[in-house]
Design a protein. Structure first.
Length: 560
């Protein structure tokens, strides 16, 4: 593909390097492991691989705490391995995007090691330092995602530094032009090496309100910092500068992670004329099942809410561009969350894939989603490794929730659901490693693995392969306008995509029972392109009997 906006026509596959494929038996996935699996990824038909952070890091937050932006963490391999991966991926027609984590570094980064020494050192202003309040307490009431307060005191400076995530992840001071130049230089380094883009971690948090106002007391403590740091005063200015200094010189994909960003704000980030980013990861559909403890809840989403959120983003980002995802390394598995486990797992996984891939935007597949994996029953709460999950377990215990309830909540929402080793086959450790995996393998692997999926023509894998191929064959998937069908239906999510020549009709049932569904007369006679059940009518009728979790895609040419 050589068109300018190749990223609009692409499907991205996300690899969590630590858990994809171990090549040397140390129980940790690595770059050589990824290289060995490139044929699998090429077979699936994806265009781009996004790697979670592989830089030098003490791994307090699994690599989102970077100690050296120019070094590969030795547990994944060397720079030579990375160059080999890049070259071989390109030979397999796969582009590579890396994770860019520049809101914060690790506290082990040389900049921070210097910065914390004194107020006079050359790196003094690389991070966000503030004096204590008169009584010695933190500069404001912000909490951090992983800890109580977002501020940590350093006696040598008699000041606090800001960390919106763990205390080992100090926030960089984007107000300092030197910091920005260091980052741009580092970005150019990776582009010059040949990478094809960046997924940009919490990119909407870079610019903080400089008076660091207290957040209103009624905001939940863990993320009340959004009040003074999401979509902040100089955010667009910084990204436009980044574009002028870096992106303008390369033909690359840029996707910014954008929690707490609404669709109006998203339009500003992604409008091509503003020269900021190609697309964002929005969070509205991730928030539909939040409860009393935020993400860690047992609440189930409502279809009406899902439709409302997806429709809003589909219809709003026409000038900009959407990214489409059900899950990633921070989210539970979509079959458990939005579809079904048990006997409908496979059909529901295909249904969810259909809904997402035929919307407008660039779809992202998180490793294992193409196998329809479900959440992981960890044997004990002690087996969880993730910093966020461990913190939540402590907090839920502290407020007196029962162990049974905490287990249930972690099963539903822990980030570790997505982080267990990729199940390649039914041999030892699911074929992931000859040694002891750094995190337990899901006990589901004998029934759910890639080898089995590749041997079964009805597998989720081959269905995803067809979905990806559909996008390449029908341009309406890329450029068609989005409209709902039967927008009040409480069990079936129907929509159409229309351009000047053709139309796709997509019908997705979220019901575990059969549903009788009526369609507008104009669709009658449309031809079946894809379904997750065999024996669905080849030509669309006014009434259709939908089996549980059915997904049907019909097509018609429009008369001009
Ligand atoms: O996540 C940012 C983010 O918004 C998190 O608060 C996310 O909502 C949370 O993980 C959900 O439970 C990014 C990375 O994707 C995540 O893995 C990192 O831990 C975080 O940034 C800090 O770098
Ligand atoms: Ca390894």
């Amino acid at each position: 593909m050589t068109s300018k906006a190749w990223w609009k026509e692409s499907v991205v596959y996300q690899i969590y390097p630590q858990s994809f494929q171990d090549s040397n038996g140390d129980g940790i996935g690595d770059l050589q492991g990824i290289i060995s699996r490139l044929p699998y990824l090429e077979k699936l038909g994806v265009d781009v691989l996004w790697l979670n952070p592989i830089y030098q890091s003490p791994l307090v937050d699994n690599g989102y705490d970077i100690a050296d932006y120019y070094q590969i963490n030795p547990q994944y391999g060397t720079l030579v391995d990375f160059q080999e991966l890049l070259q071989q991926a390109h030979e397999h027609h796969l582009k590579i995007i890396m994770d860019l984590v520049v809101n914060h570094t690790s506290d082990q980064h040389r900049w921070f090691q210097e910065s914390k020494k004194s107020r006079q050192n050359p790196y003094s202003d690389y991070y966000i330092w503030r004096d204590p309040q008169a009584d010695g307490s933190a500069p404001n009431n912000w909490g951090s995602t992983f800890t109580d307060s977002a501020w940590e005191y350093v006696p040598a400076r008699q000041q606090y530094y800001l960390h919106l995530f763990a205390k080992e992840q100090p926030d960089l001071n984007w107000e300092n032009p030197q910091v920005r130049q260091e980052i741009y230089q580092m970005m150019r380094y990776w582009f010059d090496l040949g990478i094809d883009g960046f997924r940009m971690d919490v990119i909407t948090l870079l610019s903080k309100k400089q008076d660091f106002p207290d957040a209103p007391a009624d905001l939940p403590r863990h993320k009340n910092y959004y009040y003074g740091s999401s979509n902040g005063p100089r955010e667009h200015e910084f990204l436009q500068e980044m574009y002028r200094e870096v992106f303008a010189y390369y033909d690359v994909l840029t996707v910014g992670e954008a929690a707490n960003t609404n669709s109006d704000q998203a339009l500003l980030y992604t409008d091509p004329q503003r020269h900021e980013l190609n697309m964002l990861f929005q969070f509205d559909h991730m928030h539909l099942d939040y409860g009393k403890y935020g993400k860690f809840s047992e609440v189930r989403f409502k279809l009406s809410d899902l439709r409302q959120v997806m429709t809003e983003w589909q219809q709003k980002l026409v000038q900009g561009w959407n990214s489409l995802y059900w899950s990633n390394h921070d989210q539970p598995r979509p079959t458990t969350r939005f579809g079904a486990e048990g006997k409908f797992r496979v059909v529901s996984a295909k249904m969810l894939g259909t809904l997402l891939h035929l919307m407008q935007g660039t779809p992202y597949i998180y490793q294992g989603e193409e196998l329809g994996l479900k959440n992981v029953p960890f044997v004990s709460l002690n087996a969880y490794q993730d910093i966020e999950t461990k913190q939540m377990i402590q907090e839920l215990r502290a407020v007196g929730e029962s162990e049974t309830k905490i287990k249930k909540i972690c099963y539903l929402k822990s980030r570790d659901n997505a982080r267990t080793p990729f199940p390649w086959n039914n041999s030892k450790n699911a074929g992931f490693s000859q040694g002891t995996p750094w995190i337990p393998v899901s006990p589901d692997y004998p029934q759910m693995n890639a080898q089995q999926a590749l041997a079964d023509p009805d597998s989720v894998f081959y269905y995803y392969q067809k979905l990806i191929a559909l996008r390449k064959k029908y341009s309406v998937v890329i450029d068609g306008r989005y409209e709902n069908i039967n927008s009040q239906d409480s069990e079936v999510y129907g929509f159409m995509r229309t351009n000047s020549q053709e139309q796709l009709i997509v019908i997705c049932s979220f019901s575990q029972d059969p549903v009788n569904y009526s369609l507008p007369a104009e669709f009658t006679g449309s031809k079946l392109l894809l379904a997750n059940y065999s024996s669905m009518p080849a030509s669309l009728e006014k009434q259709i009997e939908l089996p549980p979790y059915a997904a049907l895609v019909y097509y018609r040419k429009l008369k001009n």
